[in-house]
Write a protein that binds this ligand. Structure first.
Ligand SMILES: Nc1nc2c(ncn2[C@@H]2O[C@H](COP(=O)(O)OP(=O)(O)OP(=O)(O)O)[C@@H](O)[C@H]2O)c(=O)[nH]1
Ligand SMILES: [Zn+2]
Length: 189
């Protein structure tokens, strides 16, 4: 985000403050437009990145069973209301021909994908598709559990409600046993 874009956000935030009946020149709000611009720069920085990048470097290891990184925390912004939704992602895949990714890269792909105006379904499928394309694994299974603040603090107001999305690619699309394996691994501590 360049200086011009940051200024656009600052102006917009000043206008919002005016529109809600606040006084943007009072002491507590003086730096708010600048702070919000900085925050948007941070929470939307995934817009400039492609999660596929993280899978450009791979290792070769003779491992042909599941690799699961679970409970990856993430924060995102709902694209309809620009309020947060957050939770955990579980990313599983079965390498093909020993092509494995660094474990942190699975978490990085989730984080980068989440840092945009998003839908939970799209985060789930983007991560799965990036891994399918770059690692050509036997299969990928991504599960995301999240709480949407647009459903808790406003609107329908259902605090505690959780949304779970799953995306299965490759073998996971039609292999119930393989999917059940992941679900049972998610239950273990
Ligand atoms: N599918 C999907 N829907 C989402 C997600 N985040 C928020 N939503 C929904 O997006 C919808 C937007 O609906 P609209 O009717 O256009 O907006 P609204 O009047 O503010 O809707 P309410 O939340 O029902 O008050 C709502 O039903 C939200 O719950 C998401 O990640 N995936
Ligand atoms: Zn929303």
């Amino acid at each position: 985000m360049n200086e011009q874009d940051l200024n656009k956000i600052k102006q917009a935030v000043t206008m919002i403050l005016e529109a809600i009946g606040e006084d943007p020149s009072r002491e507590g709000l003086l730096d708010t437009p600048k702070r919000v611009a900085k925050m948007y720069h941070e929470v939307f920085e995934g817009l400039n990145k492609d999660p596929k990048e993280y899978f450009e470097v791979v290792f070769h290891e003779n491992h042909d069973e599941v690799v699961l990184v679970k409970d990856i925390p993430f924060y995102s912004m709902c694209e309809h209301h620009l309020v947060p939704f957050f939770g955990v992602a579980h990313v599983a895949y079965i390498p093909r021909d020993g092509v494995v990714a660094g474990l942190s890269k699975l978490a990085r792909a989730v984080e980068t994908t989440a840092k945009r105006p998003q839908l939970q379904e799209r985060i789930t499928s983007t991560v799965a598709d990036a891994m399918m394309e770059m690692l050509n694994p036997i299969g990928v299974y991504v599960i995301i559990e999240a709480e949407h603040m647009c459903m808790t603090m406003r609107g329908i107001k259902k605090p505690g409600s959780k949304t779970i999305t799953t995306v299965a690619r490759g073998i996971y699309e039609h292999d119930d046993v393989k999917r059940a394996e992941i679900l049972s691994l998610l239950k273990t501590n």
